[in-house]
Design a binder for this molecule. Structure first.
Ligand code: PEP
Length: 251
């Protein structure tokens, strides 16, 4: 039985006061929730203060990105150990905005996933097709390739640290949500692929989140799908009442 996992991606939003206020509000609203794993991913500069605001809660902190090298002359980058030092448990890898705005490749994303696991962080590997790829009926091909390349080199034991987030790019921040059936179809394909790459036990253990305009009004129908184990939430994670409502719906 996979425990549901809801994570909020705050992207490049908030400031020091509002990020702590959001974290404190969530800690209060969700203090009795034990049946769902919850995490928030603030911008790097707020992970420490948000971790402090959540220290007495069961909400974990994640980062939105990481660099794979341990330390050194990598101006502007942040290492896994730095993230852990500021209280992070999770880290996103390969979010579509990093793939398509910043230009990250599957190979770089794989290095990040690998470094995160090596350091004890729990990576959330984000995958998803562009609108034109869906229209060209290439969704399975594109997503399967991203999963294979993102997990390359990980053995059965290490891959268990990973959560996969299926986020169709055309649904992120657009208000368009994949239908529950569209989400389920891709999630089931990913789970089948995990069984091929690893084994059935691992395929049944790994959690696969859906992301793309998830909000309070569509949480129940998305989460009702057998292979949707959680949500990666952007816009709706910036408001205490919306994100808390989503977690409570799942709980
Ligand atoms: C995201 O940032 O991963 C995301 C899914 O954003 P939104 O929920 O706003 O579409």
């Amino acid at each position: 039985m996979r425990k549901p996992f809801i994570a909020g991606n705050w992207k490049m939003n908030m400031d020091s006061a509002s990020s702590v206020a959001l974290a404190a509000g969530l800690a209060k609203e969700l203090e009795n929730v034990e049946t769902v794993d919850v995490a928030v991913c603030p911008p790097f500069v707020y992970t420490q203060s948000v971790s402090a605001a959540l220290s007495a809660s069961n909400i974990a902190v994640g980062a939105q990105d990481v660099y794979f090298e341990g330390k050194g002359a990598f101006t502007g980058e942040i290492s896994c150990d730095m993230l852990k030092d500021t209280g992070c448990t999770y880290v996103l890898a390969g979010h579509s905005e990093r793939r398509h705005v910043i230009g990250e490749t599957d190979e770089l994303i794989n290095q990040k996933v690998t470094a995160a696991i090596d350091s004890g962080l729990l990576p959330i590997l984000c995958v998803g097709e562009l609108l034109e790829e869906r229209q060209a009926e290439k969704t399975t091909e594109v997503v399967a390739e991203q999963v294979k390349k993102g997990l390359a080199g990980l053995c059965n034991e290490r891959v268990q640290a990973v959560t996969i987030a299926y986020e169709p790019v055309w649904a992120i921040g657009t208000g368009l949500t994949a239908t529950p059936e569209q989400a389920q179809e891709v999630h089931a394909m990913i789970r089948g692929l995990l069984a091929e790459l690893y084994d059935e036990d691992i395929a049944q253990t790994l959690r696969i989140q859906y992301g793309g305009s998830a909000k309070p009004g569509n949480t129940a129908e998305l989460m009702a799908q057998p292979d949707v184990d959680g949500l990666l939430v952007g816009g709706a994670s910036l408001k205490v009442e919306d994100f808390a409502a989503m977690v409570k719906t799942v709980a």
